[in-house]
Design a protein around this ligand. Structure first.
Ligand code: KIV
Ligand code: ZN
Length: 530
């Protein structure tokens, strides 16, 4: 049985939300996650109510396989899906990885556009049709819930797409996905293509049609909704819209558009919208990829009303300028939480309330950092606590750990950094001069753990809350051999946050495995994408 297919057949307006944050999102530059981070994100997605979690690409590496396998063991509600190219080894790896899941799906794909078939696959049309038949048939041996995707579907000729879709459905696919792989389609065109499939493919009623739209022209959400209006009943999307190049359709935008404009988009889904902010923040905390302030739904300014005229209108009636409430996406004012007098028990309870349950060691470390922060910062807000805990979770399994930093800065040089790190369990300290304090800190890290090939591509600071005593959140992006990693660090001291962020990025670089991108065959984090 296919849970998604049954749901859609029972209610013609039910739309399946297929989240690919952990696959298409995770395969994009700088977004790689380790096992613990993927498990944490999967739990948040499950709580959010997504119908399907595409947990990864199991053949890519032992690490990817293990992540999908463990997610399959812990996810309680969603269907767990593994991606596979049209190759037996890929499909068998997916089948094995998703085995423990209560509800499981294998997603297999092959390119169908003339351009991709000729230059990427170097295969003729008949061979592609055979590969579709064979891959879907094999996948069906392991589960009834098989999805087939026509990569570069939006640039595929109608006749060939119809033949490919009919073949996949005959072989047993219950979901047919039509990706706009390169984000080239415009809404009207994409809708026409979906409708064309309903009109021309004879066995189309035996499958759900799915959208998978990339955002290269900023049209991913519009295209996805146009696809649904044309009859598609699954939307593939990611939290914060992360994904290859300009990303995928953003889950939060799709869901809130459907909720807010239910008059024109009368569709139903299972998302608990009040969990959207938590999902967005968990992801930015894990990846270090913050969202732009004016990003719809989850940007810092999405519900901020700055101009006097707007504020006046809002006070008279919130609906004058607000089409949805901040509460509906789980956005509440960051509350003042604790002071330096708060004890460990209250601290643990507050974390539980915020959705964090830490083991004893992590709790001890986090509590020590909280006390330190509360000593330096008059008012500790929920956002401060969240930033601090996310930092703690991020660094829990790191090979290199930050211990301490003393910096000599100011107009009278030289600026120096005295830094201690633990590297593979051994404490190492150094004192280094630099061209400014940040330069000195980063040189000190390089001195303790040399990594000559890595280049610093971005150094960015912003404040977690307001005030001069606000915690700084620093983002560092490193690039090495075409691979990009992003690290974040928070602290009331900007320089300490900088050291933490750099160490976080370095840890990502170290643990990075040579896992391949399903679409290009390149390293997962290789810049360039599809
Ligand atoms: O964008 C794309 O075509 C994909 C497929 C693998 C579904 O991500
Ligand atoms: Zn994609």
């Amino acid at each position: 049985m296919s849970r998604a297919y049954d749901l859609v057949k029972k209610d013609k307006n039910r739309v399946i939300i297929f989240d690919t944050t952990l696959r298409d999102g995770e395969q994009s530059p700088g977004c790689a996650m380790n096992l613990e981070q993927k498990l944490k994100m999967a739990a948040v997605l499950d709580e959010l109510g997504v119908d399907v979690i595409e947990a990864g690409f199991p053949i890519a590496s032992p690490g990817d396989f293990e992540a999908v396998h463990q997610i399959a063991q812990v996810v309680k509600n969603a269907t767990v899906c593994g991606l596979s190219r049209a190759k037996a080894a890929d499909i068998e790896a997916s089948a094995e990885a998703i085995k423990p899941a209560e509800s499981k799906r294998i997603h297999t794909f092959i390119s169908t556009s003339p351009l991709h078939m000729k230059y990427k696959l170097k295969m003729g049309a008949n061979s592609v049709i055979d590969a579709i038949h064979d891959s879907v048939t094999l996948a069906r041996k392991f589960t009834d819930d098989v999805e087939w995707s026509a990569e570069d579907g939006s640039r595929t000729e109608d006749d060939f797409l119809c033949q490919a879709v009919e073949t996949a459905i005959n072989a047993g696919a219950r979901v047919i996905n039509i990706p706009d792989t390169v984000g080239y389609a415009i809404p009207e065109e994409y809708a026409r293509q979906i409708k064309m499939l309903f009109d021309r493919v004879p066995n189309i009623d035996k499958a759900i049609i799915s959208t998978h739209c990339h955002n290269d022209l900023g049209l991913a959400v519009a295209n996805s909704l146009a696809g649904v209006q044309a009859g598609a009943r699954q939307i593939e999307c990611t939290i914060n819209g992360i994904g290859e190049r300009a990303g995928n359709a953003a889950l939060e935008e799709i869901v809130m558009a459907i909720r807010t404009r239910h008059d024109l988009l009368p569709y139903i889904n299972n998302i608990e919208t009040t969990k959207i902010t938590k999902a967005s923040r968990t992801l930015t905390g894990i990846t270090g990829f913050s969202v732009q302030p004016n990003k719809a739904i989850v940007g810092a300014n999405a519900f901020a009303h700055a101009s006097g005229i707007h504020q006046d209108g809002m006070l008279k009636n919130a609906q004058t300028y607000e089409i949805m409430t901040p509460e509906s996406v789980g956005l509440t004012e960051s509350k003042l939480v604790m002071s330096k007098h708060s004890g460990r028990h209250a601290f643990r309870e507050k974390l539980k309330e915020l959705g964090f349950e830490l083991g004893d060691n992590a709790l001890n470390d986090a509590f020590a950092r909280f006390k330190n922060l509360a000593d330096r910062k008059k008012e500790v807000y929920e956002d401060d606590l969240i930033a601090l805990i996310e930092d703690e979770i991020i660094s829990e399994n790191d090979k290199i750990k930050f211990i301490s930093l003393q910096v000599q800065a100011g107009t009278t040089g030289p600026q120096t950094a005295e830094l201690c790190l633990i590297v593979n369990g051994e404490e190492k300290c150094t004192k280094v001069e630099g061209n400014g304090p940040v330069d000195a800190i980063f040189k000190a890290i390089r001195d303790i753990h040399p990594h000559e090939e890595a280049r610093l591509k971005l150094y960015q600071v912003h404040a977690v809350t307001g005030g001069t005593d606000a915690q700084a959140e620093v983002t560092v992006r490193l690039q090495e051999d075409g691979k990009t990693v992003v690290g974040t660090g928070t602290d009331a001291d900007t320089l300490v946050a900088s050291a933490r962020a750099y160490v976080h990025a370095l840890n990502k670089l170290i643990i990075k495995r040579q896992s391949i991108n399903p679409q290009t065959g390149e390293d997962k984090e290789a810049v360039g994408g599809v």
